[in-house]
Design a protein around this ligand. Sequence first.
Ligand code: CDP
Length: 235
Amino acid sequence: MSKPRTIAIDGPAASGKSTLARRLARALHYLYFDTGVLYRAVTWAALQRGLSPADEDAMTRLAETLDIQVRPPSQDDGRSNDVWVDGRDVTWAVRAPEVDAWVSVVAAHPGVRRALVDVQRRIGRQGRVVMVGRDIGTVILPDADLKIYLDASTEERARRRYHEARQRGEAVDYASILAALQERDRLDASRAVAPLRPAADAVVIHSDGLDADAVFRRVMDLIRRRNSAPAEPVP
Ligand code: CDP
């Protein structure tokens, strides 16, 4: 079957994007690329260096010069990729609550986004890729063959993050996870450059009440149906 060469998956935090993307990439033998790690890597490095995430010039310089490496996973501990910054494996460090708290401030700086566009497009344009983020269908790959916007209520998304953290043995409370998620969504959706929103031609899926299997099956059905649809008649 002729599969979509590029699949863009956007949506708010914890809407199930990475789970869906990982499964699609496995089923189609595509590369899975989670663009959030780039913004997280810059944020992690800023906090390490004692730089202010609100300082646009400093964040832009950091994003332009930082050596971020995304490589195949070296360990079987649930990671999809290794993320290396400054010669250190920061795969889990970039998921820390301090990074969660600041990443949307860093990602709102136009200079930071500009610095990270090229690397994302280069990977996207090679094709056979499932790319995940906030602006993949709108800005990074506006010509993506299939665009999915995955959404869910804030409460459902906070519940998922809460259970994931509990499973990792972290002491977390639901109310602070919910508040952090709401703040990140607010910043992501209201920024001037590349705000979080569905592309006009995206298929929007609300996943409240749907488990990961059901979402995956729905997207695979979509891919099959698009393949079997009759070609547009030539006028
Ligand atoms: O996994 P989760 O949905 O919590 O977040 P993520 O995908 O790792 O993204 C972390 C943050 O990076 C988002 O809240 C956005 O502020 C930013 N981001 C972005 O602005 N554009 C992207 N393409 C990906 C992430």
